[in-house]
Design a protein around this ligand. Structure first.
Ligand SMILES: Nc1nc2c(ncn2[C@@H]2O[C@H](COP(=O)(O)OP(=O)(O)OP(=O)(O)O)[C@@H](O)[C@H]2O)c(=O)[nH]1
Ligand SMILES: [Mg+2]
Length: 363
């Protein structure tokens, strides 16, 4: 790993949680909060494919971003270490890292291996974000067994559970976990206190190592269809980014619902010379959450990135997305679509024994 700078050891803060839990949004809110304190931060995004909406969003938001693509952090640990080293060139005090939202066993395959690099990095406790509505559906009887398995495993290995989106859900259900708090990236509630806690040295890192059946884990991840898409759109009539994106998401939602494909997280970012717009939905029929330049002027060219995670057939998902894209009145160029069911996770390393886990140093 690169040790080119004489800067103090940066913190590595892993922020996990299920697809759509609010990881990227919280990291961006946390970056603003630490910046107010004069602390520099960077982020590492991660995905099974390439062409990441999250990286586009983080970069548009002014954050120094690196990414590990083509597999989760655990299967790409050497890539994660390389990107952590590369980001040190920018002398961040904190590097937030967001594992793939369907990924688990992070304590054994990422945190404990990273603890061996404590001469170069300080590791913060592992925060796992939980969306209350997702928890309600995945903890209920009759929940999708694959998604429920992943969700339970993620909760089990958290050093700290954060009930996310507290602006929407002020109450959080009782769960048996040692450390729990509430945050809202949207209102800012709890973000500063969360940061204070993870950098206080008061919580252990990698306190739980999972007992996990990798065959079941592989089956659960493979139940998801994964689509990452990039395209340049030149509409016949100049249009604002919001006008380009809104109808596309509406049509996709309608078609997925008609074909019994369950949206787990559909997110898109459209970048135009007049501004960018990001939109996301975490369920069929949900009003998309939209951010960015909603009032941007019409433009003649737009770069679209779209990432979809859904329960259904990858082949069918690809057909629907390509069909809806081609309904747009205009020219499409540079279309690149990756669509697959995630391969079985094969971690580069797995440490089944617990290391010493205290984090004694603070800022
Ligand atoms: N109201 C509200 N919405 C939020 C908050 N945080 C995130 N969201 C919304 O939740 C959706 C998912 O947020 P992301 O930050 O993309 O979630 P993620 O966990 O990074 O998702 P993946 O990377 O796909 O796993 C987006 O529509 C966000 O705008 C919050 O604090 N309050
Ligand atoms: Mg994200």
């Amino acid at each position: 790993m690169t040790t080119a700078t004489a800067a103090p050891k940066p913190w590595i803060a892993m922020v996990g949680g299920f697809l759509g839990a609010g990881k990227t949004t919280l990291i961006l809110a946390a970056a603003k909060e630490v910046s107010r304190r004069g602390i520099r931060s960077a982020v590492i995004l991660n995905d099974q494919g390439n062409v990441l909406v999250d990286t586009g969003y983080a970069t548009q938001s002014g954050m120094q971003a690196g990414e590990v693509t083509g597999g989760c952090f655990c299967c790409k640990l050497s890539d994660l270490l390389r990107v952590m080293g590369e980001l040190r060139e920018f002398q961040p005090d904190v590097i937030f890292a967001e594992p793939v939202g369907s990924c688990t066993d992070i304590s054994a395959t990422i945190l404990h291996p990273l603890l061996e690099y404590r001469d170069e990095f300080r590791l913060a406790p592992f925060s796992v974000l939980v969306d209350r509505e997702r928890a309600r559906s995945l903890l209920a009887d009759g929940a999708d067994p694959d998604l429920s398995f992943l969700f339970h495993k993620q909760l089990e290995e958290a050093d700290l559970i954060c009930w996310a989106k507290s602006d929407l859900y002020p109450d959080c259900p009782q769960i048996s976990a040692r450390h729990v708090r509430q945050v809202s990236a949207r209102s800012g509630q709890g973000v500063a206190a969360w940061l204070d806690e993870i950098f206080s040295g008061s919580l252990s890192v990698g306190s739980e190592i999972l007992d996990i059946d990798y065959e079941q884990y592989a089956r659960a991840e493979a139940a998801l269809a994964w689509l990452n898409l990039q395209v340049t759109i030149e509409p016949s009539v100049s249009s604002s980014p919001a006008v380009m994106l809104g109808p596309l998401l509406d049509h996709l939602d309608r078609e997925f619902t008609a074909n019994q494909i369950t949206i787990v997280h559909l997110k898109a970012i459209i970048d135009s010379p007049t501004g960018f717009v990001k939109a996301a939905m975490c369920a069929n029929g949900q009003e998309p959450a939209v951010e960015g330049a909603l009032d941007a002027s019409p433009a003649s060219q737009h770069e679209l990135l779209l990432n979809l995670r859904a329960v259904g057939s990858a082949q069918q998902v690809r057909e629907i997305v390509e069909r809806e894209l081609h309904r747009i009145d205009g020219n499409l160029t540079g279309l690149h679509v990756d669509c697959f069911h995630p391969a079985a996770p094969k971690p580069e390393r797995r440490m089944a024994r617990r290391e010493a886990t205290a984090t004694p140093q603070t800022f």
